[in-house]
Ligand binder design. Structure first.
Ligand SMILES: [Zn+2]
Length: 255
């Protein structure tokens, strides 16, 4: 049973409660990481405690691994354990972790549990533009900031072609069977919208997606810099064939 204890940053100014307070309001625990994924960690611990209280001894060892660094790729968490302490996982044949299966309520009496069968790949890219340096008050037709801004906008707005992998196809077939919905390829986006909140996740598995995430440029407000860069665009392919795969909750499209 594995889970991660790290979270992504949170700006208290954007929160109605302090993100690290663990405030309980309306019978919910509020805080960064409450869902991703301290909830499952807490449930796992509660089950272990229950075993102990009830004297339940499982027929084999259960390994609990609560690690750090998942949000940034796992190098100092899961990967470190794999490389340095494989003995801790001796004899483990199955692993249960985050999002591998999560529930989707189709109707009041109908809930499906999705099982992860593939993972989306990710490629981080850094784009640099060069132009002529100069003063911001003059005519300037070779501005690196303008060039990279245009490139970022095009990439962020680009729609990549539809690629239905076998895994996604199998998922859609099963969903069609369960829901009675149809997912025709000529109106895939429209039909996926009927899946509600799930459509944003499933939609990201039917084609590559790209999202610019960071920008930096310049050093003084009235000076046009020679160089500007936009970094950290995630260009993902649905089946993980391209580039290296990194586990990332916020990029993965899991089916
Ligand atoms: Zn997570």
């Amino acid at each position: 049973m594995h889970g991660h204890l790290d979270v992504v940053p949170a700006d208290p100014a954007e929160w109605s409660v302090h993100p690290l307070s663990g405030a309980v309001e309306d019978d919910y625990v509020w805080g960064r990481g409450a869902v991703d994924m301290k909830d499952m960690v807490a449930m796992t611990l509660a089950v272990a405690r229950r075993f102990k209280r009830d004297g339940v001894v499982p027929p084999r060892d259960i390994v609990f691994a609560f690690v750090a660094d998942e949000e940034a790729g796992g190098k100092y968490g899961a990967q470190w354990l794999v490389e340095n302490r494989p003995d801790l996982f001796e004899g483990c044949t199955d692993a249960v972790g985050e999002v591998g299966g999560f529930s989707l309520t189709l109707a009041e009496d109908r809930r499906v549990y999705l099982i992860e069968a593939a993972e989306k790949g990710i490629a981080w890219m850094r784009l640099r533009a060069r132009g002529k340096p100069g003063h911001g008050s003059f005519l300037h037709d070779d501005n690196a900031v303008t060039k990279v801004a245009e490139a970022v906008a095009r990439l962020g707005n680009h729609t990549f072609p539809l690629v239905l992998t076998d895994t996604v196809r199998a998922f859609l077939e099963q969903m069609a069977e369960l829901t009675g919905l149809e997912f025709p390829e000529d109106d895939l986006e429209g039909s996926l919208a009927k899946l509600g909140p799930l459509s944003r996740i499933v939609g990201a598995t039917v084609r590559d997606t790209a999202n610019p995430t960071m920008l930096s440029a310049g050093y003084k407000a009235n000076v046009i810099p020679r160089r500007r860069r936009r970094s950290s665009t995630a260009g993902c392919c649905p089946d993980g064939r391209r580039r290296s795969c990194a586990r990332s909750t916020h990029c993965s499209g899991r089916t």
